[in-house]
Write a protein that binds this ligand. Structure first.
Ligand SMILES: Nc1ncnc2c1ncn2[C@@H]1O[C@H](COP(=O)(O)OP(=O)(O)OP(=O)(O)O)[C@@H](O)[C@H]1O
Ligand SMILES: [Mg+2]
Length: 289
C-alpha cells in the first residue's frame, strides 16, 4: 500500500467491514428528478447513524449535487484523481462521524482517462476505503451506457420512481435493461400519498415485468416514501431530512428503506461473493472502459 493510501486509511479507519466487504448500492431512475439524490443522501446518513461506515459518491451531476445537499465544498473530485491532479485522500470529505463524501463526476468524463499508472494508483488508494460497509452511488437518470457501467459494477441496484405515468414507464424501461445484468432489483416509490398507493404502483410494475422480462428477475419493493412539502424545499435549504426534520413522515419512510438495506447486507454476508469491496467495484468500473 502506498503512503497516500495509508493516509487515507488513517482517515477512514482500517479493519474489515461488518459482514464481508463493502456493499456498493447504486441508486438510479428512468426519469430524472424523482428524488435519487435526496434518497441517496438520507439513506447514507441513516446507515451511518446506525453505525455502518458509509461512503457516498455522485456518479452524475443532476439538479442537486451531493456536496450542495451536505453543505460542504467539493471543488475537486474523482476525475481529478484519475487525471493525477489530486489524491483520493484530498477529495474525500468526512461529513458525519461515519459518513464520507467521495465527490464524483459524470462517467463520460471518467471514460477518457486510462493512464495505466494513474489508474493503478487510483485502485491502490481506493482499496484503502475497504473498511466502508456501504458505498452509495447516486447515478444519473436514464439508460445511457455510462450509467449502465456503474450499475453493472455495483452489487445492488435500486430504481427510484414516482407515481406519474411517464416516470413509471421509464422505471420499467430501466428495470428491463438492469434485468440483463442483475438478478435482483430493488424498487423505491417516492412521492406517494400513501404506502398503499406505492404498493399498487409496485404491483403493476412487477406484473408487467413478470410478463415481459421472465421468471428469473427478483423485483423487491424496498419501500415507499411519502410526498411532503418540507422535503420538496429541503434541497434548496440544504436541510438533510432524516437529520433535521426527523419527525416528518417521509423521514421515517426513508429510515425504513435504509434499515432494509442494512438487514440485507447482514444476510448477504454469507453469500460468499469474492469480488466484493470497493477496490473491486472500481476495478470492475474502470475495467469496462
Ligand atoms: N418525498 C418527497 N416529497 C417531496 N419532494 C420531494 C420528495 N423527494 C424528492 N423531492 C424533491 O424533488 C426534487 C428532485 O429531487 P432530487 O434532486 O433528489 O431528484 P434526482 O432524482 O436526484 O434528480 P436528478 O435526476 O436531476 O439528479 C427536489 O426538489 C426534492 O426536494
Ligand atoms: Mg440527483
Amino acid at each position: 500500500m502506498s503512503t497516500q493510501a495509508r493516509g487515507l486509511e488513517a482517515l477512514v479507519g482500517s479493519g474489515a467491514p461488518k459482514g464481508g466487504g463493502t456493499r456498493v448500492v447504486a441508486i438510479t431512475s428512468g426519469k430524472g428528478g424523482v428524488g435519487k439524490s435526496t434518497i441517496s443522501a438520507n439513506i447514507a446518513y441513516v446507515l451511518a447513524r446506525e453505525g455502518f461506515k458509509v461512503g457516498i459518491m455522485d456518479a452524475d451531476i443532476g439538479l442537486a449535487n451531493l456536496d450542495v445537499m451536505f453543505n460542504v465544498r467539493a471543488d475537486r473530485n474523482i476525475l481529478h484523481v484519475l487525471k493525477g491532479e489530486a489524491t483520493f485522500e484530498e477529495i474525500v470529505t468526512r461529513i458525519e462521524p461515519n459518513l464520507w463524501l467521495i465527490p464524483g463526476e459524470s462517467g463520460d468524463e471518467i471514460l477518457k482517462f486510462s493512464d495505466a499508472t494513474i489508474v493503478s494508483r487510483f485502485l491502490d488508494e481506493a482499496e484503502s476505503l475497504e473498511s466502508l460497509d456501504f458505498l452509495i452511488v447516486d447515478t444519473g437518470a436514464g439508460i445511457g451506457d455510462t450509467i449502465q457501467m456503474f450499475l453493472r459494477a455495483a452489487d445492488d441496484v435500486v430504481v427510484v420512481t414516482v407515481p406519474d405515468p411517464a416516470a413509471i414507464t421509464d422505471a420499467y424501461a430501466m428495470i428491463k435493461v438492469v434485468s440483463k445484468i442483475k438478478e435482483e432489483i430493488g424498487l423505491v416509490v417516492n412521492q406517494v400519498k400513501s404506502a398503499k398507493e406505492g404498493q399498487k404502483i409496485f404491483d403493476t410494475i412487477e406484473k408487467v415485468a413478470r410478463g415481459n422480462i421472465g421468471g428469473d428477475l427478483k423485483l423487491t419493493l424496498l419501500g415507499t416514501i411519502r410526498s411532503d412539502a418540507y422535503v420538496a424545499r429541503s434541497v434548496k435549504q440544504r436541510v438533510l431530512v432524516c437529520k433535521e426534520l426527523a419527525n416528518i413522515a417521509p423521514a421515517g419512510d426513508i429510515e425504513a428503506v435504509a434499515s432494509r438495506l442494512g438487514e440485507k447486507k447482514e444476510r448477504k454476508m454469507l453469500d460468499g461473493r469474492k469480488e466484493r469491496g470497493i477496490g473491486n467495484f472500481f476495478k470492475r468500473l474502470l475495467g469496462q472502459f
